[in-house]
Design a protein around this ligand. Sequence first.
Ligand SMILES: NC(=O)c1ccc[n+]([C@@H]2O[C@H](COP(=O)([O-])OP(=O)(O)OC[C@H]3O[C@@H](n4cnc5c(N)ncnc54)[C@H](O)[C@@H]3O)[C@@H](O)[C@H]2O)c1
Ligand SMILES: O=C(O)C(=O)C[C@]1(C(=O)O)C=C[C@@H](O)C=C1
Length: 295
Amino acid sequence: MSGPLFRRLCLIGAGLIGSSIARLARERGDIAGTVVAHTRKPETLARIRELGFADVVEEDAARAVEGADCVILCVPVGAYAGVMAQIAPHLAPGCILTDVGSTKGSVIRDLAPLLPPGVHLVPAHPMAGTEHSGPDAGFATLFEGRYTILTPLPGGDRAAQDKVAEFWRRAGSTVESMDAATHDKVVAIVSHLPHLIAFTICGTADDLAEETREAVLRFAASGFRDFTRIAASDVDMWRDIFLNNRDALLEMLARFTEDSHALARAVRWGQSDFIEDRIRRGRRIRRGLIERKQA
Ligand SMILES: NC(=O)c1ccc[n+]([C@@H]2O[C@H](COP(=O)([O-])OP(=O)(O)OC[C@H]3O[C@@H](n4cnc5c(N)ncnc54)[C@H](O)[C@@H]3O)[C@@H](O)[C@H]2O)c1
Ligand SMILES: O=C(O)C(=O)C[C@]1(C(=O)O)C=C[C@@H](O)C=C1
């Protein structure tokens, strides 16, 4: 049997996504010979040591990447520029630098200018997650049956892209490639806008008078509760996503606002056909996801 895909895999950030990758590598022998994990806070480093999913736990980012043939950034996208400034001089020639960030234009903007010669950048985004964060939240099967999107740079190294694609296939994902701008628009509508709506609806409900708020909490059985799941997501991660996918998110929000005004108008004027059509579309989309086993 040939050796693992990577000799030394370094994870910068070991929260939900980073620790899921580490656990996966531990479970399957064919991904990494050695897994190195780095994170910033001493208490998180201590917890990673306790959980034991990494072979090496390194408190210094520069030392963590030394000798690695693959480095995966698993930190909030707003931290990329700072992390890159720390690690860039220490990346070995031939190393693959990849990531899991939820935005891709900003990632290329923050990483590409500091990329040392001979280091191959392959941006990636697993379309898998939960509302939980931190090293306790990860699990090896997180990426199974999900998509991972690669946004390779024009003229980027094909062998490095193939290796990153193979990594995600071994994680159980279906891999698709597209350019970063297309990625950012797609995720703005299917991921970032739903979170923006969820945070907003929880805030709106919370702003209501005391008496109503109590009712909201008491009757938050199904519809509202589904919104609160994703509204419970990590603050740093979502602030960074919103600020780093600003244009696409604002464009999708503008379209959504227009469409919601159209529905509001139909409600005001009692246009049942229009209302029914909107509801049917929603049902159709949900059924499609269930048929494709994505819901
Ligand atoms: N959570 C999801 O559903 C999901 C899904 C797909 C992609 N992503 C992306 O994956 C990345 C990680 O998200 P997560 O859910 O694992 O977050 P998380 O909060 O669970 O973990 C982030 C980790 O990064 C560490 N960290 C933060 N800033 C750092 C810095 N400057 N240097 C070193 N370590 C630092 C934190 O201590 C933590 O260990 C983000 O870019 C996010 O957009 C998240
Ligand atoms: O399932 C969830 O809780 C998620 O929020 C996961 C989710 C998503 O919106 O689908 C969140 C952000 C990512 O970049 C990818 C996946």
